[in-house]
Design a protein around this ligand. Structure first.
Ligand code: NAD
Length: 256
């Protein structure tokens, strides 16, 4: 059980981050949710998790495109036994047309923020005598696709940084790993289905199998619950010697 541990999950008012937060709370951890908004529903989500799992849960606003806010998130949390770097965005364009401000935002939110949060969290983990860093990378941390220069660069960067943090903490009860999901059914992916159906003149099922899941041999989406389960496993005693590596949860994508 993760009772008494505190998990900070970045970008967790939706999608994978929220799913991971729910699974960690189910395993007994107190959770800190985060995004860049500060709406009533953000705080309500934390309350709902606290009520359903009997843990402490709160929501802290921080815009992770800014380094000082990323550091401030961990400082405000005050304790961070489990750090899940998950916040992310996407932009798709050929390299010669890729807007420089989108490149900067993607690198800041997905790569630099994980550096800043880790820099503040590692000393806290040392003091607590235990720590787990789980970076939500992507199959695109290991493979590339056209038109995703910033995303692929950021995710490869996250995988590299994960290995370095793992080496720096190798002789301590701290691990750092990256989970590399293939396609996950989140609002982000759901929103692409209607356009894909129209573009290819396909029904929903065909568009999903033949276009969206083209590179995912299982032809099934990974779920946020499964990613929460893998995160919980990485926080378990069985995973003590798993550090500095990647775990693909991609239905066989990177086997090809
Ligand atoms: P999502 O859009 O549902 O979630 C992204 C989260 O990041 C949201 O909570 C959003 O509010 C937050 N966020 C965005 N910008 C932020 C900022 N400036 N500051 C703080 N928070 C910010 O998408 P998702 O699919 O759940 O993606 C979560 C992570 O998983 C991302 O890193 C993404 O790259 C990765 N991923 C997703 C898939 C997929 O198929 N959905 C596959 C592999 C990896």
């Amino acid at each position: 059980s993760l009772k008494g541990k505190t998990a900070v999950i970045t970008g967790s008012n939706s999608g994978i981050g929220l799913g991971v937060a729910r699974e960690l709370a189910k395993a007994g951890a107190n959770v800190v949710l985060n995004s860049f908004t500060d709406r009533k529903e953000d705080h309500d989500l934390a309350q709902e998790i606290a009520d359903s799992h009997g843990v402490e849960a709160r929501y802290i606003k921080a815009d992770l495109s800014k380094g000082d806010e990323a550091r401030g998130l961990i400082e405000t949390a005050g304790t961070c036994d489990i750090l899940v770097n998950n916040a992310g965005i996407q932009h798709v364009a050929p390299v010669e047309e890729f807007p420089a401000e989108k490149w900067d935002a993607i690198i800041a939110i997905m790569l630099s923020s994980a550096f800043h949060t880790s820099a503040v969290a590692v000393p806290m983990m040392r003091k607590a005598g235990w720590g787990r860093i789980v970076n939500i990378a992507s199959a695109h941390g290991l493979r590339a696709s056209p038109y995703k220069s910033a995303y692929v660069a950021a995710k490869h960067g996250v995988v590299g940084m994960t290995k370095v943090v793992a080496l720096e903490t190798a002789q301590e009860p701290i691990t750092a790993n990256a989970i590399c999901p293939g396609y996950v059914m989140t609002p982000l992916v759901e929103s692409q289905i209607p356009d894909t159906m129209k573009q290819y003149g396909m029904d929903r099922e065909t568009a999903i199998k033949e276009v969206i899941l083209d590179r995912q041999p299982s032809k099934e989406f990974t779920t946020v619950e499964e990613l929460g389960g893998v995160t919980t496993f990485l926080c378990s005693d069985a995973a003590k010697q798993i550090t500095g590596t990647t775990i693909s949860v991609d239905g066989g994508w990177t086997a090809m």
